[in-house]
Design a protein around this ligand. Structure first.
Ligand code: AHG
Ligand code: MN
Ligand code: MN
Length: 332
């Protein structure tokens, strides 16, 4: 098999389809390099002294793990000096982080969930990094929250790294969704699937069923019908899968189809949902749509939402197109 590294892939995309500007290519390579560092830290586990709580909380009042903090620092450091960014925002930081004065500034904004699935770190289950790239609007500073408040349709790139049995990078620049696997000997991400396509139909769904009593009626109906299997209105049996790392659950769906749901429920209704729009739902929605799937809140397309604040939360229903449409139709 001919080996196509991430670098070669991006250069070819730039030449052939003008999907990637040179500055964006540099930015994506820097993010990929940071993900390799995070992958190394995650992989050391207890030997690296990286497991356990940091003893601090983030702006969302969630206890931070040591690896949440470390991954955030790795991404900040890696991206500060390159000259391609106007600013950065992260799940782990209340306010956007400006580019230090000693470095040149660029035209892009980078948003990330440095380590997704933190509850899985200490039990050696897959975790990941999610990121989204926007352009910094003319006249706004990259340290101003306002610059970041753009709908998901404005994303110029999005991706995630999954730290599982292998480390993978799944990426879109708006010309399809592509999967790379880290060759640990080479130290390079190598293209392992071009133009990933999510099957339109599925018999797998992912939801935390312990919240069932709190869900809204349309989601209760959808899941109840899946559970009835062959005997119910769907006429086929379904399987549940729930890793509790969005990256891992969505990666399974990108790989073989399925529907991922973190719907609105009575527990999270006040804050608008559980998952964060800007660095979880939007980038994952972009990747899923570019792979032929759909991403909705149940009431509207996720990427159409105009955000009101950086850490805004939304209900999420994404994956195989026909199944997402069914859940959306129940909301109507
Ligand atoms: P994070 O670790 O970045 O805070 O995200 C955790 C999220 C997401 O990855 C996952 O789908 C969900 O939380 C799991 O929630 P439950 O523990 O409620 O199942
Ligand atoms: Mn997360
Ligand atoms: Mn996180």
């Amino acid at each position: 098999m001919k080996t196509i590294t991430l670098t070669q892939f991006l250069i070819e995309e730039q030449r052939a389809k003008s999907c990637v500007e040179p500055d964006l290519r540099l930015l994506l390579e820097v993010v990929a390099r940071a993900c390799k560092r995070i992958s190394i830290a995650v992989g050391k586990g207890a030997l690296g002294g990286v497991l356990g709580d940091a003893g601090t909380s983030n702006v969302q009042d969630e206890a931070q793990k040591k690896l949440d903090v470390l991954s955030n620092e790795i991404l900040l450091q890696a991206n500060a000096w390159g000259g391609h960014l106007a600013g950065l925002a992260s799940e782990e930081m209340e306010q956007p982080s400006p580019i230090p004065d000693e470095y040149p500034k660029g035209g892009y904004l980078l948003l990330f969930d440095p380590l997704d699935g933190s509850s899985n770190i200490d039990v050696n289950v897959s975790v990941g990094t999610i990121f989204s790239v926007l352009r910094c609007p003319v006249g706004l500073s990259g340290s101003d929250e306002k610059a970041f408040l753009q709908a998901g349709t404005a994303q110029v790139a999005a991706g995630y790294a999954i730290y599982g049995p292998s480390t993978m990078l799944v990426l879109t620049v708006g010309c399809g969704t592509h999967a790379f696997t880290l060759d640990r000997e080479l130290g390079s991400f190598v293209l392992t699937e071009r133009d990933v396509k999510i099957p339109e139909d599925t018999q797998e769904y992912a939801i935390n069923a312990s919240n069932a009593r709190h869900w809204e009626a349309p989601v209760q109906r959808y899941v109840a019908e899946c559970v009835q299997g062959k005997q119910g209105p769907r006429g086929k049996d379904f399987n549940t899968r729930w890793v509790a790392s969005m990256v891992a659950d969505v990666h399974r769906i990108v790989t073989r189809g399925g529907v991922f749901m973190y719907p609105l429920d009575a527990k999270t209704a006040k804050q608008g949902g559980k998952l964060r729009l800007m660095y979880e739902a939007n980038p994952m929605g972009f990747l899923v749509e570019q792979a032929g799937g759909a991403a909705s809140t149940g009431r509207e397309r996720i990427m159409d939402i105009v955000p009101g604040k950086l850490h805004q939360r939304v209900p999420v229903i994404m994956g195989s197109r026909n199944e997402v449409e069914k859940v959306v139709s129940y909301h109507r």
